[in-house]
Design a binder for this molecule. Sequence first.
Ligand code: ADP
Length: 541
Amino acid sequence: MHGLMMDTPLLISSIVEHADINFHDREIVSVTADESLHRYTYKECFQRVRKLANALEKLGLSEGDRVATMAWNDYRHLESYYAIGGAGYVCHTINPRLFPEQIIFMINHAEDKWLMIDPMFIPLIEKIASQISDVKGFIVMGDEGSTKDTTLKNVISYEALIKDESDQFEWPLLDERAAMGLCYTSGTTGDPKGVLYNHRATILHAYALIAPDAMNLSNRDCVLPVVPLFHVNSWGSPYGAMMVGAKIVYPGPKMADGETLYNLMEEEKVTVSLGVPTVWLVLLQYAAKNNLKLNNLQRTIIGGAAVPESMIRDFHDNHDVFVQQAWGMTEMTPLGTVMSMKHGMEDLTHDEIIALQTKQGRGMFGVEMRIVDDNQAILPWDGVAFGALQVRGPWVCSDYYRLDGSADAHTGDGWFDTGDVAKIDPEGYMQITDRTKDVIKSGGEWISSIEIENTAMGHPGVAEAAVIGVAHEKWTERPILIVVKVKDASVDKQDILSFLEGKIAKWWMPDDVIFIEEIPHTATGKIKKTALREQFIDFKL
Ligand code: ADP
């Protein structure tokens, strides 16, 4: 027997309708490519969202058509999210930092009909235009002058496109399982794979992320998402933040600029921020150098890569900011775990709390987790056993876009293999020890490269650290530590090894410490271990 409840589909357009009525005067502040600070209200935002939806309809798009965006975090990009997805099309966000070949692959594979780009990406798109010839036209996300010098064909500026449109739009009553977003994995191995989000997953994920034990977002918050809108839905923040009517602040193209981030945080009274560790390194260095304190920020959600303990302490000791580590992936919309304290933890010491913060957090309702060994046997949550981390739930991808049946990451029994190796403690706090592909196996035992890296990062002379395995006659593989020094720091191999002593297991001690000028990063700011391994392929211990 079915219950007698209304069958209202979970659609992102319902966030527009709700937020427009309830939070119309809440602000959205953006640094953009053409303005140092743009400021308007939710009401104005949604008027423009509806204008854009009308304009897109006139471009002759059909339901499910892909419209790609390549843009920084600002108000126009946010408007595109809602207009494209809400009107029944699919917003395909593209990371501009990828190689041109990858961008070409994604646009063609997704069969994008239109491309919406920030003015600064015009030269990039002009170069590849002949290789993406199925794209019907281009919308430059700027004012009417922003298209003046381009050789692109069928191009119009965002402002010209929406100028004469009505700010009324009837949102279609879509199937909640209809696709509305598309994001490709960065494809460090093989071609990028498309993850196709739907309305239902996005709304459920947004409900989960605003909860008190997750991001705890409310109407009283001011959110600064530094995590890009071009990568995994900016961790769902456009939906979660607008669901509760939080003030939103966007850094535009200045997301790696410590001064801009600091000033935005102070002037706009940002209470919560989201981003990857590398971004916060830049902010903390800027604050330290200029003797500044973050006065309004209460907490920062950090994910995408492991958060070094030194960063957690810096935020706490110098800024009174609580770090909540989060873990997830493109295939998971993206959130899987977020760190928050449990009942009964009130009396933990400061160091015990820090130890919890260095873990990746606990599973949210909606994401089931398990760890398994090489034979797929399920391992206990004892904080000791570690194995392949697998997940399932309504916002975990069931397959990749147009790779039907490939589902290479799926187990036979309905779980998704994350490619991470983790342990989970009895309280449910999960800790990533490695990527499966980065695991170092020495004498048959696994060594956690992440733990060594994080410990090394605690040395004041270390700006960045990466551990890789190199071939060893007796032990098959041994770890070596690659370090980028803090500018002008005088630190040598022995200093680092002495610092690590007692902090990590003896047999985890790196066999060598090598100093280099720069560690290679992926387009999403993560250490590119594949490139490092290649660089050190002939390294002899
Ligand atoms: P890409 O690497 O292609 O940009 P994702 O952004 O989806 O893809 O990356 C997901 C991966 O990032 C996870 O599988 C995990 O390895 C890593 N990751 C995410 N958050 C954390 C975290 N808090 N700690 C350690 N690793 C993390």
